[in-house]
Design a binder for this molecule. Structure first.
Ligand SMILES: Cc1cc2nc3c(=O)[nH]c(=O)nc-3n(C[C@H](O)[C@H](O)[C@H](O)COP(=O)(O)OP(=O)(O)OC[C@H]3O[C@@H](n4cnc5c(N)ncnc54)[C@H](O)[C@@H]3O)c2cc1C
Length: 217
């Protein structure tokens, strides 16, 4: 419970003292509650997120008087999606196939999308009486076409930003500030192929130069 938190406010925080090679968050959760957490990419850092959580929470005045309701911890693969995730009579979806966005560790929506797509492909394969890898490969191709480019880019960006120190974050945040709220939300969702990114880069040459370095590194 976080009685004083403004439920229209979300926080994403970065920095060596907050979450080395990662980030911390506070998201409103309704009914005077928030979800607060710290995520750290291993092995880029060996730090334990729990060692940072209490200090992070204590640093926000809006969380004064907050009481813990639940505590969750776990792992999420911070890797590019699997080279292949179909076999004879089997398909992989969600975290097991590396379908989450490694940019912010968002995996629920991606797992649901992949699960739906895989379910349709499995039903088709069963109708046709052929559940071989060749038959199920249609799912993998469809998934790659729809999500592959976005998640590949999310992974590359994450690889880069996980190595940024505080000075670099301060520098790069100047570019992030150029994004509109819509563009920032699209970036957080790892939706890079919707056309907005090219329009943003075309009108911000400084950001374009950074993007070019990302592509060639
Ligand atoms: C602390 C934390 C916070 C997160 N916050 C968010 C968030 O805010 N938003 C978001 O989008 N994502 C978040 N994620 C990531 C998200 O939880 C995962 O990406 C998502 O749950 C993946 O779904 P999944 O179905 O692939 O795997 P899971 O949700 O892990 O489901 C796999 C299931 O399989 C079961 N299982 C495993 N092995 C076996 C076995 N041998 N036999 C039978 N069952 C088995 C497991 O018990 C589990 O229930 C978070 C992850 C963590 C760890």
């Amino acid at each position: 419970m976080a009685p004083h938190w403004d439920q229209s406010e979300a926080v994403l925080a970065v920095g060596d003292r907050i979450a080395p090679s990662g980030y911390a968050w506070i998201f409103p959760w309704g009914r005077h509650r928030v979800r607060a957490g710290v995520g750290i990419i291993h092995p880029d850092s060996r730090a334990n997120p729990d060692d940072f959580l209490d200090r992070f929470i204590a640093s926000y005045d809006g969380l004064r008087g907050a009481q813990p309701v639940e505590h969750h911890s776990g792992l999420i693969p911070s890797e590019q999606f699997a080279k292949t995730f179909t076999g004879n009579g089997i398909v992989g979806v969600g975290d097991a196939a590396g379908h989450a966005s490694s940019l912010v560790g968002e995996g629920i929506r991606w797992a649901i999308e992949a699960g739906r797509m895989a379910g349709d492909a499995a039903a088709d394969a069963l109708d046709r009486g052929d559940v071989s890898r060749a038959a199920l490969l249609a799912f993998e191709k469809q998934w790659r076409k729809k999500f592959g480019a976005d998640l590949r880019l999310a992974y590359r960006i994450n690889q880069r930003i996980a190595r940024w120190d505080d000075r670099k974050w301060d520098e790069r945040l100047e570019i992030v500030k150029l994004l509109t709220p819509f563009q920032f939300a699209e970036a957080l969702k790892s939706n890079f192929t919707g056309g907005w990114l090219w329009r943003f880069l075309a009108s911000n040459p400084h950001a374009l130069a950074h993007a070019a370095r990302l592509k060639t590194s």
